[in-house]
Design a protein around this ligand. Structure first.
Ligand code: ZN
Length: 375
């Protein structure tokens, strides 16, 4: 049912309108920031198309028929779900058992919650073999379901070979098939792919939409939900990764990181990176990455607040309880172009972290970029 999707009323109207008029394109691109419900909407659309007892004049899934349930469980024979996998999957030796275990676990989480971001170590690629597999599946005749649905999650993870192969898939007519790409970085997709898809843009979520969802779905208090929604930058997933974390302590770390990183002492900077990315211990690579991602988000918000303060837009400050520290920062490093450059450096580090580069060099590079920007 469309109520599974948080906010996005405009998107829902466009999709239900297309269902109502039976005017679905052969391929959609759902684009917009991470954590705004693109994958969730793709699955919801797949259900609405294939539901055996659709509601609202045939535009809404019932969520209880066998087709809806099998799509929700990612097990429908007429659903092909493509997501980034570890490179090992494509190697001759095949994936290791423990990696398969993680994949199974991640798919189970996705089945249970379409807002879950699949996190598989070293998975930063949708490879050409996966696209060949898809083409093979599409070439077979359909056995069940009203329409075959392909969902390519974070489609920009396709490398160029995969994109080339995928382009051929888009060019071949497939009766009764709908392809839905989702992407928060559509500029990484070939223009020839973009031009063949109907684009649906997802909006960042409003704070109250995120706060309501956190209270209803994640069972946290209204006060905490409001606090996390403010820090979420409109992304429900981002808000959720911070549940149960000591955000206030993390912010203190970040202020210290900025102070030490900008103290012109390389030894201090390295010491601060140890706080972000411990040399040993500190959990698995994924856990460390999440920890770094959270701190980068908070660092970005902090710098945006500094920018708001420096440009007199006080009403946009998120860390309202940190005014004193912000004031001190702005009085020293308050030139807006410098702060903007620092924000770009943080965004670059966020991109590199997402691509799963080594975390320590990313952070060291960030310190140097921040120095260059602010000092
Ligand atoms: Zn149904």
């Amino acid at each position: 049912m469309w109520s599974n999707i948080i906010g996005q009323e405009r998107v829902k109207r466009v999709l239900t309108g297309a269902l109502e008029r039976e005017m679905l394109p052969s391929s959609y691109l759902f684009l917009g920031p991470e954590g705004t419900g693109k994958d969730a909407a793709a699955f919801e659309l797949a259900k609405a198309i294939n539901c055996l007892e659709p509601r609202s004049g045939g535009t809404e899934a019932c969520d209880v028929c066998v087709n809806c349930l099998s799509i929700d469980q990612l097990s429908a024979p007429f659903l092909h779900f493509v997501y980034a996998q570890a490179k090992d999957v494509e190697s001759a030796s095949g994936p290791k058992d423990e990696d398969l275990e993680i994949v199974r676990e991640q798919l189970a989480l996705k089945a249970n919650d379409k807002y879950h971001n699949i996190e598989i170590p070293k998975a930063h690629l949708i490879g050409v073999l996966q696209i060949r597999e898809l083409r093979l599946a599409l070439s077979r005749s359909l056995v069940s379901g009203k329409r075959y649905v392909v969902i390519v999650s974070e489609a920009d993870m396709m490398n160029q070979y995969a994109q080339n192969a995928f382009l051929k898939t888009l060019e071949e007519p497939h009766a009764n098939t709908i392809i839905i790409l989702t992407s928060s970085n559509p500029h990484r997709l070939f223009p020839t792919i973009l031009s063949r898809c109907q684009e649906i843009r997802f909006d960042v979520l409003a704070n109250d939409e995120i706060s309501d969802a956190l209270v209803a779905r994640d069972e946290i208090s209204r006060e905490e939900a409001n606090f996390l929604a403010r820090l979420s930058a409109g992304s429900y997933s981002q808000a959720r990764t911070m549940i149960g974390e000591d955000i206030r302590a993390m912010r203190t770390e970040i202020v210290a990181f900025l102070r030490m990183g900008l103290s012109k002492s390389r030894r201090n900077a390295v010491k601060e990176i140890d706080v972000f990315v411990p040399r040993s211990g500190g959990g698995s690579f994924l856990e460390k990455r999440v920890a770094v991602e959270q701190r980068l988000v908070l660092l970005g918000l902090w710098l945006r607040d500094a920018l708001a303060l420096a440009t007199g837009s006080h009403e946009r400050i998120i860390n309202i309880d940190q005014q004193q520290d912000l004031d001190k920062f702005v009085s020293r490093f308050g030139e807006p172009p410098r702060i903007i450059r620092a924000i770009r450096a943080v965004e670059q580090a966020q991109g590199q972290t997402k691509q799963q580069l080594q975390l320590r060099p990313v952070m060291l590079n960030l310190v140097m970029e921040l120095e260059a920007a602010l000092l």
